[in-house]
Design a protein around this ligand. Sequence first.
Ligand code: AHR
Length: 499
Amino acid sequence: MRKARLVLDKDYVISAIDKRIYGSFVEHLGRCVYTGIYEPGHPTADEDGFRGDVLELVKRLNVPVVRYPGGNFVSGFKWEDSIGPKELRPRRLDLAWKTTEPNEVGLHEFAAWAKKAGAGVMYAVNLGTRGPAEARDIVEYANHRGGSYLSDLRVKNGAKDPLDIKLWCLGNEMDGPWQMGSKTAFEYGRIANEAAKMMKWTDDSIEVVACGSSSTEMPTFGSWEHAMLRECYDNVDYVSLHRYYGNPHNDTPDFLASSMNLDSFIRTVASICDAVKGEKRSKKQVNLSLDEWNVWYHSHEQDRQLHKREPWGSALPLLEDVYNFEDALLVGLMLITILKNADRVKIACMAQLVNVIAPIMTRPGGGAWAQTIYWPLKQASELGRGVSLLPQLTSEKFDTKHYTDVPVVDAAAAMADDGSVTIFAVNRDLGEPAELTCDLRAFGAFSGARHTVLHHDDMKAVNTEQDPDNVRPVDVPVDLGEGRVILPAASWNVIRLTK
Ligand code: AHR
């Protein structure tokens, strides 16, 4: 039996949890939109062509905000193509994914879908092949009440009320050579600054996210953040972080340790923001938007083949990772890491929502089901609200190929307004259960306790349309009398204590 100890105190708080850390991402990529959220003619489709079965699964995730329409896609996108009568919208080649975009779902349709899903829109503007002028134009089109050419055009196109989009991304991964119109840090910082100014002059209620490095592996990681922030610090609110992990060598302990890399990524970028703040003698704090994160590696080879076979197709099954149980454990660990950095990470979007590296899968004309990674996200989004408590955690440790001193047990905790406390904990040990001793003296008595466990004996177990419940959380008996809970080997645990 492995051992760990967790001390929580209601007065030791990291920060309020911004609900937008449970955000998601819909890109015009593969089958995320077409045959994902949208499939007119599907037996569950509503009057607007949106799949009801998918919407139901999305609603259960309690997604507060959805990033849209890309991703790499956005760097070649003309937003004007996606408005007005559908039959007049152009079909365009998308150079990012070598596909053809029919523009059947556009700004109005997506905003309507997000409303049905109970989510806000986080809209990415194109700062790759376009610039500040087109960026401020879409803010006027979407958010101005009326009485100007662009806002009146929105009204003419069917939306009398402003779409009221509050959160905007200033381009996507602009440091990446794979990006249409990629830039140096200085070039990007200048353009981002001018775009942010003009967008905020158009609507001063919005917030904007500047592109950080697209990953820690970029040779310019760190220097990019510093140089571009020097140009735009005063006008931006967040810096983006993107992070995906894989397990191509089937080294599960090393894979499960990679959330430690996420933690250091977050801390490094926060430090750079603060360094620029210091240089500028600014009172303002720029926070972080982890607006793409997930496991991504299963579909790489399949995608290479597909691109060879069918370049320029539409709604191709791209990036369709089938997630297994160990992926769900890492997703849980990444959520724990996000919660433990709630003072700086204010937005996080699991990439993506449906079919494309996604918690939800669909079959065209057929069913929709939850992948393994759906469950930790759903549980954290449902119960990880309120404030993030400082988890004073001691745990046995181990080393892996790339990481040292990896805690066997990692945990985060949230306290809701009603005083209930939820502990999220992962036991990384693949062979032994862990006894977690919880010291919760400062909270007084709890009247109820519930413990759910996500575990499967097969680390590679998956959910399918035929067997959608193969990997899902189950209730286990809980007795916190002695303050001890048993975390099974290789498990994601949610322990809910109510007043
Ligand atoms: O989410 C898939 C892709 O990953 C996005 O389009 C891009 O921003 C990132 O590289």
